[in-house]
Design a protein around this ligand. Structure first.
Ligand SMILES: *Cc1c(COP(=O)(O)O)cnc(C)c1O
Length: 235
């Protein structure tokens, strides 16, 4: 059994090694621990090991854990946590997402962005959003095509209470390394174009436990890591 602190060290070393191999700086990469299906106590253990960002996929589960952590940590420490919503979004669930998260990585249609914008409290910091791109053109998966990305980005940038920070992708699992890198490369190119157009854009959210090295070599700035930190997901 490895502790979360051990796993964190291991993942940090993988990030360090791949940034070095790619001639990049370790500071260019943000680690986003993905805590879906893990218990609040596990998030607390991660927090004690130095983690303060959490990526969550399922709204109800995330809200329950936030409540539990608020009780465990108290309001002033709880305030330090940064919550990232990374799962598919139903339009009738945007309100709690807008009020209980700092980031949303999975915006893939204008209606969702408009609702998040309207429902974000203007007194809070702007909600940081990434547009999810369907990089393999898989029919069933969330995300926009690269063809419609510029138009959606332009519309999102004009919305109040949101800050467009970048792009997110989940490439198809189990594809050959060359194909995976081709997808990551396309994402990097789209990210650079977006960044040159909008000053707020600084985040390319790609790479998970199994492919963080390839993602970092292809320009990722944020890796979303679940199993390599927390072990297998809870049923
Ligand atoms: C579950 C999940 C991850 C983490 O995946 P691991 O392979 O466990 O690291 C990253 N991103 C998204 C969108 C996820 O749903």
């Amino acid at each position: 059994m490895f502790s979360i602190a051990d796993n964190l060290k291991n993942v940090s070393q993988r990030i360090q090694k791949s940034t070095k191999a790619a001639g990049r700086l370790v500071d260019e990469i943000t680690l986003l621990p993905v805590s879906k299906t893990q218990q609040a106590e596990t998030l607390l253990e991660a927090y004690r090991a130095g983690v303060f960002r959490f990526g969550e996929n399922y709204l109800q589960e995330a809200l329950e854990k936030q409540q539990a952590l608020l009780a465990l940590l108290g309001p002033s420490e709880f305030e330090r946590l940064e919550w990232h919503f990374i799962g598919p979004i139903q339009s009738n669930k945007t309100k709690p997402i807008a009020s209980h998260f700092d980031w949303v990585h999975s915006v893939d249609r204008l209606k969702i962005a408009q609702r998040l914008s309207a429902q974000r409290d203007p007194d809070d910091a702007e909600l940081k959003v990434c547009i999810q791109v369907n990089i393999n053109d898989v029919e069933s998966k969330s995300g926009v095509t690269l063809a419609v990305l510029p138009d959606l980005a332009e519309k999102i940038v004009s919305l109040p209470n949101l800050s467009l920070r970048g792009l997110m992708a989940i490439p198809k699992a189990d594809q050959p390394d060359a194909e995976l890198r081709r997808c990551f490369g396309l994402m990097h190119q789209a990210f650079n174009e977006l960044k040159s157009r909008y000053g707020t854009v600084d985040t390319l959210s790609m790479g998970m436990s199994g492919d963080l090295e390839a993602a970092i070599e292809c320009g990722s700035t944020m890796v979303r890591i679940g199993t390599a930190l927390f072990g297998a997901r809870m049923p």
